[in-house]
Design a protein around this ligand. Structure first.
Ligand code: HEM
Length: 483
């Protein structure tokens, strides 16, 4: 009898523990954040992708909590952590509670080499060769460190000048800014990352990168006519083009060409067992890097042209700053921008910052929850995703007075916004590794544009399309006047 009751007790405890654990794993029973998972399967994905980002978070922060709310987006139960305290918590606890998470469409578009490896009969490569994301490749060898950028800056300046000469050819004319900004951005990136300068190749790539960029946040429906289908086709085309470039690079290196770009270094890099990175893996990583730095930089250049074009007094201040820098170079005609010049472009940088506040080039990113944690009194279970977005602070009048006004002076010394309210590049260990590169590329662009041109925005009310990746509907036509 005693044995029977002991057996019952053990079975009861085991069952209770199992139920408790499985409730915890699914998040039931925990004090989860307030919010709604939305529709079955789709969750709130449609509202997230197609509602204005600031409205998506703003409405829910008002309804549930200004600190955190739960939702289900892109197939994942997600806690959206809001406001400056949320940003601080997130940036400070990387690795402890979180690691990077790419939404499923991104994983699919940029991880082809994993699928290929899984399908291949050969044994899987040892774990140390599987660089888990493009970040390691970019952060480790120091390619985007100031020394490398310093060396590349004159080239960046020269490419910008050449592109402006080609596309903004003399006289008064109407030109579209957005396509030009994209071509300049990709031309610079192709030089820097791949060491190539073939205008036809770059023109082809622009269209593909547009489709991939839009496809990073979309519904994964792979049938003709959908965003995801187009993005997949574009990713395959980019991969094909990049593999051709890798082969050319290998041939050039075999005949003694120097290692000058990131691609050459990736081609020769080996893991501790001496294995080099397979070509599809290199292609995917390079595609990830090019995509990360493509629409972000081009969007900022484009909307800067809009806001500066609409505010003549801001144009005059930017031009005055840039002409002073250009004036210092007059003695040596044709001298290109140098590192010290960039430090003097303080007002111009404020204008860039204000452009990124008004039109964030990147809304925010996801994290995977490594271990259950508590925030603002709520429990976030392991395996959930966390999302943070600049839209929880960027337009909040508590942090930015008259947030709808374009006012670069709000970043002047002594006026800086409170900590963690203005984080266009993220923060903590995952902060954008391309920040400095982006800063130089956009400053070089503004320098060359205001030095030579004045412009008028043709349609100040031109519609902005795309909620996750904003772009002017008609490409931002401007009436250009050469000075
Ligand atoms: C105006 C331009 C740019 C903006 C506003 C921007 C913004 C951001 C933001 C907000 C993140 C996410 C940080 C986080 O998750 O905490 C990020 C990540 C990243 N950015 Fe940028 N970025 C820009 C340009 C660039 C450029 C030019 C490159 C490359 C040359 C680049 C490469 C990356 C990479 C590789 C990541 C992933 C980092 C990681 O997951 O650890 N970005 N960027």
């Amino acid at each position: 009898m005693e044995m029977l009751s002991l057996a019952f007790s053990i079975a009861f405890i085991a069952l209770s523990t199992f139920v408790l654990l499985s409730r915890r794993r699914s998040g039931r029973g925990a004090n989860l954040p307030p919010g709604s998972y939305g529709w079955p399967i789709m969750g709130e994905t449609i509202e997230f992708l197609f509602g204005k980002p600031e409205n998506f978070v703003g409405d829910r922060m008002n309804k549930y909590s200004p600190d955190i709310f739960k939702t289900k987006i892109l197939g994942e139960k997600t806690a959206v952590i809001c406001g400056p305290n949320g940003h601080k918590f997130l940036f400070a606890n990387e690795h402890k509670y979180f690691t990077a998470f790419r939404p499923h469409p991104m994983q699919h578009l940029f991880r082809s080499y994993k699928a290929a490896a899984a399908a291949a009969p050969a044994p899987a490569p040892p774990p140390q060769t599987q660089v888990t994301d493009e970040t390691k490749a970019i952060r480790q060898p120091g390619f985007l460190k100031p020394e490398a950028l310093m060396r590349f800056l004159p080239k960046m300046d020269l490419i910008t000048q050449q592109q402006l000469q080609t596309h903004f050819a003399g006289g008064e004319s109407v030109v579209k800014v957005h396509p030009l900004a994209k071509t300049i951005t990709l031309t610079i990136a192709c030089h820097f990352f791949l060491g190539i300068n073939n205008p036809d190749r770059i023109a082809r790539l622009v269209k593909y990168f547009d489709d991939v960029t839009v496809g990073m946040h979309c519904i994964m429906l792979n049938i003709p006519g959908t965003i995801f289908y187009r993005a997949n086709k574009a990713a395959n085309a980019i991969r094909k083009e990049l593999i051709a470039v890798i082969k050319e690079k290998k041939a050039a290196m075999a005949s003694g060409a120097p290692l000058q770009d990131i691609l050459s270094h990736m081609v020769v890099a080996t893991d501790p067992s001496g294995r080099s990175m397979p070509e599809p893996e290199i292609a995917d990583k390079i595609m990830g890097l090019l995509t990360a730095g493509y629409s972000t930089v081009a969007t900022t250049m484009t909307f800067l042209m809009k806001y500066v074009g609409l505010n003549p007094e801001i144009y005059e201040k930017v031009r005055a700053e840039q002409m002073e820098i250009a004036g210092g170079k007059k003695k040596k005609e044709g001298e290109l921008l140098e590192w010290e010049d960039m430090g003097k472009m303080k007002y111009t940088w404020n204008v860039i910052c204000e452009t990124m506040r008004m039109v964030p080039p990147l809304q925010g990113t996801f994290r995977d929850v490594l271990t259950e944690f508590t925030y603002a009194g709520y429990t976030i279970p392991k395996g959930w995703k966390v999302y943070w977005t600049v839209s929880t602070t960027n337009t909040n009048p508590n942090y930015f007075k008259n947030p709808e006004t374009f006012n670069p002076s709000r970043y002047d010394e002594g006026e800086a916004p409170p900590p963690y309210t203005y984080v266009p590049f993220g923060g903590g260990p995952r902060m954008c590794p391309g920040k400095e590169y982006a800063r130089l590329a956009i400053l070089a662009f503004v320098h060359n544009v205001v030095k030579n041109y004045k412009w008028e925005v043709v349609d100040p009310n031109e519609k902005v399309e795309g909620d996750m990746m904003p772009e002017p509907q008609k490409g931002l036509p401007i009436r250009l006047c050469r000075l």
